[in-house]
Design a protein around this ligand. Structure first.
Ligand SMILES: O=C[C@H](O)COP(=O)(O)O
Length: 274
């Protein structure tokens, strides 16, 4: 009879580090962005700041003009807050008047670039293909693409939403290296700029199916999925740990509300993957 002990069961893998951020879209003046960043950094540095905030990634996405000042504020404060851009061009340099180079964004300390937001798709004609090209450029320049995906129409149900979202996800993931880190922001278009977020059950089921999809599951690179669309304080706990964080807009444009949401995400119980 063999005395060889059974190999120990693999330790349950902790879910990825949570990530929470806010976009100011085009709502803020430069002065308001500076004041917002200053207030946030003050809250994060306070002696009574939530001790678990170190366990999450925090980012802010100001407009392009305010971005370098925001980076300077973060660096001066010595805080680990990531600064992102709201868009970029797919080429690093050239005759593209009015566009923003991903190489320059990286040069000035930008850490991630938001791509394919519903407003860019609807108002500026961006497509899955153009978003994919930009994602490749962002990765090539050492930054993380924060790719917005989401179904346009409400009422189609989970299966329809997943199909639409996976098409958007697939084109981006095919354009970046297998080991590239990517953050997907699931933002149902109909829930953006609304009075309340999409129903929790819908969000959880769509995110769960996207996470379990062939496109995402087998990837070598970290692929975090956050929720955005009228998100604010009180939402994350209701999502039951199904998402890796939140991408906020209007309901976090007050630094106190953003900080409150950060604390909620940091202290929510950690689920483990089976
Ligand atoms: O960029 C953020 C999302 O589009 C959500 O914006 P919102 O919370 O103002 O709807």
């Amino acid at each position: 009879m063999s005395t060889t002990p059974d190999p120990p069961a693999p330790a349950p893998r902790l879910r990825q580090r949570r990530i929470v951020g806010v976009s100011t879209k085009m709502y803020f003046s430069a002065a308001r962005t500076a004041s917002f960043v200053n207030a946030l950094l003050t809250l994060l540095a306070a002696p009574d700041a939530h001790p678990l905030l170190d366990t999450i990634d925090i980012f802010i996405v100001p407009d392009h003009v305010a971005l370098t000042a925001a980076v300077a504020q973060v660096v001066a404060a010595g805080q680990k807050v990531l600064v992102g851009a709201q868009n970029c061009h797919a080429e690093d340099a050239g005759a593209f008047t009015g566009e923003v180079s991903p190489a320059v964004l990286a040069e000035v300390g930008c850490a991630l670039v938001e791509l394919g937001h519903a407003e860019r798709r609807r108002l500026f004609g961006e497509t899955d293909a153009s978003t994919a090209g930009k994602a490749a450029a962002v990765v090539r320049n050492g930054m993380v693409p924060l790719v917005c995906v989401g179904e346009v129409t409400r009422g189609g149900g989970v299966a329809v939403a997943v199909e639409e979202v996976l098409g958007q996800v697939r084109s981006v993931l095919e354009a970046v290296p297998e080991d590239a880190e990517v953050v997907l922001a699931y933002e149902p278009v109909w829930a953006i700029g609304a009075s309340e977020p999409a129903p929790v059950g819908h969000v959880c089921e769509v995110v769960r199916r996207v996470r379990e999809s062939e496109e995402v599951k087998g990837r070598e690179g970290a692929t975090r999925i956050v929720y955005g669309g009228s998100a604010g304080p009180g939402l994350f706990a209701r999502l039951g740990g199904e998402v890796d964080g939140l991408f906020l807009g209007r309901f976090a444009h007050d630094p106190g509300q953003f900080y409150k949401t950060l604390c909620e995400v940091a202290e929510a119980p950690r689920l483990r993957e089976s």
